[in-house]
Ligand binder design. Structure first.
Ligand code: NDP
Ligand code: 8X3
Length: 259
């Protein structure tokens, strides 16, 4: 009988690992024995998470504080990556945000820049610098975190929705460009998830943020993390291209059954 090949788990790189879906994904992958590269802007939080995961789950974590809007930061990160971390197998493009909830005619152009630069350009920069290594190895998986906001548009959310529609288009485009090299590209598109998302959107206004999740059970970051892990852990010949995951009480971007 032929000996079964030893399959080692790929190195998983997660952007936006300090909170919410990124943090929950880091924990899930650590529990499952993957080695992790974790990035986000909050250096202290990131370092603490890395140490916690190494102690708790006996896995290896490499943490590097970076802002995905800054191509120079990402270049420095890639150039200084220690050799044992070069073979990135999975890239989870998770870093992202909504800033403000305003009609276009009243929107803040700074908010628009931040959303466009993070959600679209940041995801592109990361992919541009990580994908060539995957191409060389003829192996890799890129998971982009989209949203219900990439499938529908809701009032006062035009710019955030536009960035997530861009994630949807870029995911399809990346898949077309990378399929000749055996690289899988997937997206995970959640409805309402209770994270720091609304606190960030409303710039620290806790009362307003809490109201978003009033009267129904939203998704938890762990629900999304388990879908991301499921997608990554399918056999080599399977690619789950896109998952729309919603709270049971949410029928569309704007229809939520609140009690
Ligand atoms: P959180 O605010 O809890 O987490 C966002 C993460 O992104 C943080 O770790 C933050 O870390 C990081 N981040 C933000 N800006 C940057 C930047 N410029 N460079 C690097 N990292 C950055 O929100 P979620 O976990 O909910 O959001 C994760 C993703 O999920 C986003 O793309 C969001 O659009 C998407 N999403 C969220 C939904 C929700 O309802 N919560 C629903 C659908 C999609 P730091 O501040 O340390 O940089
Ligand atoms: C986050 C979900 O509906 O607030 O992407 O845009 S929503």
């Amino acid at each position: 009988m032929k000996a079964k090949p030893v399959i080692t788990k790929p190195i998983v790189l997660i952007t936006g690992a300090t909170s919410g879906i990124g943090r929950a994904s880091a924990i899930r992958f650590a529990k499952e024995g993957y080695r992790l590269i974790l990035t986000a802007r909050r250096a202290v939080t990131l370092k603490k998470l890395g140490s916690y995961l190494e102690n708790q789950y006996k896995t290896s974590c490499y943490t590097y504080p970076l802002d995905v809007r800054k191509l120079t930061d990402i270049r420095a990160f890639m150039e200084t990556l220690p050799a044992e971390w070069h073979q990135i197998g999975v890239l989870v493009n998770n870093a992202g945000l909504a800033a403000g909830l305003d009609p276009v005619q009243e929107g803040s152009t700074d908010d628009w820049d931040q959303m466009i630069d993070t959600n679209i350009k940041g995801m592109l920069y990361m992919t541009r610098l990580v994908a060539p290594g995957m191409i060389e190895r003829r192996k890799g998986h890129i998971i982009n975190i989209g949203s219900i906001a990439g499938k529908e548009v809701y009032p006062k959310g035009a710019v955030y929705c536009a960035t997530k529609h861009a994630v949807e288009a870029l995911t399809k485009g990346m898949r077309q460009d990378l399929v000749p090299y055996g690289i899988k590209v997937s997206s995970v598109c959640p409805g309402a998830v209770e994270t720091e998302f609304s606190l960030v959107r409303f710039k620290g206004d806790e009362e307003r943020a809490d109201k978003v999740y009033d009267g129904f059970t939203p998704l938890q970051a762990e629900d999304v993390a388990s879908v991301i892990h499921y997608i990554v852990s399918r056999p080599a010949h399977v690619n789950i291209q896109d998952v729309l995951i919603m709270p049971a009480a949410q029928a569309s971007a704007t229809i939520i059954n609140r009690q």
